[in-house]
Design a protein around this ligand. Structure first.
Ligand code: GLN
Length: 503
């Protein structure tokens, strides 16, 4: 019998409708896989076996009665622990929300439930999505299934590792500066940050509201497109949600044709500081695109050199304000100050926040509060917002000449656990290629394009497209994926020897 955990979401959907197996069987297979490997990988913070199986059985029942179901009905999914799930813990990887069970669903969660996808559980993440390695989770790090001594990327390392280790065929992540795409690159999975406003942020616990966006984490481009269409769409509960039809990303993924497509290599993203093996796989992939009829040119976006600096002002500024609500009064842990009888509310807030937040979160709250303080606001936050405007203008100019832009997703492959934990700046530099898309609201997709020669670890190539042109990403990425699979004789993950070890 086929190992059901190895199937793509599209294969599962087809198998379910052809009655080759049931959703309960697929869901159980994934739960068994989680039980077998997650002690090592630690992709999940919470597994909901009963809930997932109940949904699966309900879908099997309804299918049996001939009910019209959504295409992905019965395909199990994992959800990053930053999205509210009614009845299931939602901790954002933080001690301050330990034990919190939301009384409502995020719109993304509600759509997943309405479509009948069994939710396997909630995935590990850096605390409040702050980090690039998942080591800032208050519940311990996630390990990279390709090499368990290494990080899986972050902040959504849990979602990416769950998909890469065949614990779930699909996962949802969120991306504020690269947290879907960079873990995608480091684990050999497909990760998409849709256009800002394409997917509702209602119920997504905010880190930086003008940058956050939820999106798919999968093993194939088509799977990502199927999940994208399921969770996207206008939501009156999110004032920044785009009131327009969702781009036809599934059709684009099926088209997979780059003939005549104009592709721009971003000069500033790929030179100094990029690992040679990353650059080599990127160059090979670009050559494949050229051989398939794409026209490839170099494009310079000079203002990119200010993007990382601007991000690390805008993001902490917004985060410091968003995190003010964790005051131990309304929800979350309450830690009274030691040795104080009859403490004031302020003292309780202070001691609770001190105990509940980790170092990285505190660092960013302090940075953001400083950047927003009167006297410094114009110099820091104000300047960063100006950089955003210039960047948006420069990207618009670039897209006047090309259909999509490409760069390596991450400057390096997965590094050893602990290597950058005490050097926040070194860790921040890993986001250099992904954060520009968040600053200007454009969509980005990371596709695995091979293994670096020096360490045999996955490398990702990032496609970027103009706002609301998410379909272009899926078309180009699906075309490249097809060319790579022809070359490899299968998918990269299916061939990963390291994954056998964790069976
Ligand atoms: N790694 C980036 C940061 O630490 C991005 C995080 C994210 O996208 N949530 O801010």
């Amino acid at each position: 019998m086929t190992d059901l955990t190895r199937l793509t979401a599209d294969e599962i959907a087809r198998g379910l409708s052809a009655r080759e197996f049931t959703s309960a069987e697929v869901t159980q297979a994934n739960l068994d896989r989680i039980a077998a490997v997650d002690g090592d990988i630690h992709a999940f913070l919470h597994v909901d076996a009963d809930g997932a199986l109940a949904t699966a059985r309900d879908i099997d029942d309804r299918r049996g009665k001939g009910e019209q179901l959504s295409y992905l009905a019965g395909v199990p999914i994992a959800v990053k622990d930053v999205l509210a799930t009614e009845g299931l813990p939602t901790t954002c990887g933080s001690k301050i929300l330990e034990g919190w069970i939301p009384p409502y669903d995020a719109t993304v969660t509600a759509k997943i439930k309405a479509a009948g996808l069994p939710i396997l559980g909630k995935t590990n993440m850096d605390e409040f999505a702050m980090g690039s390695s998942t080591e800032h989770s208050a519940y311990g790090p996630t390990r990279n299934p390709w090499d368990r001594t290494r990080i899986p990327g972050g902040s959504g390392g849990g979602s990416a590792a769950a998909v890469a280790a065949f614990e779930a065929p699909l996962a949802v992540g969120t991306d504020t500066g690269g947290s879907i795409r960079q873990p995608g690159a480091l684990t050999g999975t497909v990760g998409v940050k849709p256009t800002y406003g394409g997917i509702s942020r209602y119920g997504l616990v905010a880190m930086a509201s003008s940058l956050d966006q939820a999106g798919p984490v999968t093993r194939t481009v088509l799977d990502a497109a199927l999940l994208h269409e399921l969770i996207a769409g206008h939501d009156p509960m999110d004032s920044t949600s785009i009131p327009e039809p969702v781009p036809a990303v599934v059709a684009a993924a099926r088209r997979a044709d780059v003939k005549g497509l104009k592709i721009g290599i971003v000069t500033e993203l790929g030179g100094d500081g990029f690992q040679p093996g990353v650059r080599a796989r990127f160059d090979d992939a670009v050559e494949l695109l050229t051989s398939a009829g794409a026209e490839v040119v170099e494009v310079s976006i000079p203002s990119l050199k200010y993007a990382l600096g601007a991000y690390y002002l805008v993001m902490p500024s917004e985060a410091s304000s968003n995190l003010a609500k964790f005051d131990a009064m309304r929800y979350g842990v309450r830690v009274p100050p030691a040795g104080v009888d009859d403490p004031s509310a302020e003292q309780v807030m202070s001691s609770s926040r001190d105990a509940g937040f980790g170092d990285e979160v505190k660092r960013r709250i302090i940075l953001g509060t400083y950047a927003l303080s009167s006297g410094y606001y114009d110099a820091y936050y104000g300047s960063a917002q100006k950089v955003r405007t210039i960047l948006a203008r420069d990207f618009a100019a670039a897209f006047a000449d090309v259909d999509v832009l490409v760069s390596p997703t991450s400057p390096t492959t997965a590094y050893p656990l602990g290597e950058k934990l005490d050097d926040p700046l070194a860790m921040y530099l890993g986001d250099v290629a992904t954060i520009p898309a968040n600053l200007v609201g454009i969509p980005g997709l990371s596709l695995p394009v091979g293994l670096a020669d020096e360490d045999d670890l996955p490398v990702g190539l990032q496609f970027l497209a103009p706002q609301k042109a998410d379909d272009r990403l899926y078309n180009a990425a699906a075309a490249l994926e097809r060319l790579l699979e022809e070359k490899w004789g299968g998918t990269l993950l299916a061939k990963a020897p390291q994954l056998e070890e964790v069976r």
